[in-house]
Design a protein around this ligand. Structure first.
Ligand SMILES: [Zn+2]
Length: 53
């Protein structure tokens, strides 16, 4: 078995609330087009909070 599936569920860090070991990350696009991956809670955060990252 290969480890290719690991990239889908990984322990990430949320740049907004700085939570670590997040299993599920949600992609959010900044106003400038940069995509950041945030936790479930911050996936509903305001756009200006996202842009401040
Ligand atoms: Zn977060």
């Amino acid at each position: 078995m290969r480890d290719e599936r690991k990239s889908k569920v990984c322990n990430g860090t949320c740049p907004i609330c700085n939570s670590t070991r997040i299993k599920l990350l949600y992609p959010r696009a900044k106003t400038n087009g940069t995509v950041v991956t945030v936790c479930k809670k911050c996936s509903k955060a305001d756009q200006n909070k996202l842009d401040a990252v």
